[in-house]
Ligand binder design. Sequence first.
Ligand SMILES: [Zn+2]
Length: 378
Amino acid sequence: MTSLRETPGWVALPPLVDAHVHLDKTLFGSRWIPHRGSGTVADRVRVEEQTLAGHPDSVSVRGARLLERLSSRGVTALRSHVDITDVTGLRHLEEVLALREQWTDRLSMDVVAFPQRGILRQDTVAGLLRDAMAAGADTVGGLDPTDFDGDLPGHLDVVFGLAAETGSRVDIHLHEPGATGDVALAAIADRTTELGLAGRVVVSHAFCLADLAPSALAASADRLASAGVGIHTSLPQLGVIPPVPTLLAAGVNVAVVSDNIRDSWSPYGRGDPLERACLAGYLFGWNTDDGLERALSLVTSAPSRSLGLQSSDPGGGPADSGRDPDPFLDYVLVRADSIGEAIVDQPGARIVVRAGRVVAGQEYADTLQQAPVTGSRP
Ligand SMILES: [Zn+2]
């Protein structure tokens, strides 16, 4: 018997992981709402609150639409940041935690308690973050400690204090440019080392790395690598994209993520990690098959390490789950001849196998007339 994994004309990829999604913000699948441009982070937060306040669909409905897309494209693990503010309280979190429960057979979800309006400038958020972790959030979030909260050490005291108290991972949005951002990166690396959190701390965006002179960049990359701090990039607009090849060469765990998918922050995004891998390969000139496989690793093994789903090295220890993904039980079949073609063409025909069971794309599996339709070892 030939296993599904060996089907001619289909290529098996490792499980796809999207380590930065905002399920509570997305308008994916809803009526198109024209994007209202960009401003400061604070301006965007205000536009978003107005948009969502007038939207007919709940977090549960909008989030489920995006989960359906992500799952059908091969995502079996994701990290979703959920707003915790004086305005939202824990309302968004409660809906996303319910989605996590409803989708548990198809994917695992790491939920970040994310202070979208800062921590110290809000009245209730420091306490709400603690409540969020007690309610079931997995990871402590942070946001622009200097530019938004005006107090780098004070902000990190709350974030890392809570991580130490709860044994959680950390994921900090850092949009801060130049030296401001680099000072924050250094402080984050120091806290990570002091608390023994190597492999458990991620900085999302890290736009500042695009501003640094080569010597400062090299120093910053080495510091991140030795502290075990990962970088998650959504490959944003020109000028703020972190120099991914340099970071990889220094040994930093870099993942490519979606971040905003059709919401008040961005009209773009298809909920497909292969689209992100393709964009990475295109931007960085990775044109050989080896290069395309490197691009694939940024949406598979790298985010898998960040989320504790795969052994982390150096220094991060074993997977939280106790096992690495098994290539015979956890994979995504894509109708393509090769990994390169799968990345470049991004066909929608996919069969998603998780723990040996088809969890999405059953209609394609049925047409292959394999019996039994499982991901069993050959
Ligand atoms: Zn984000």
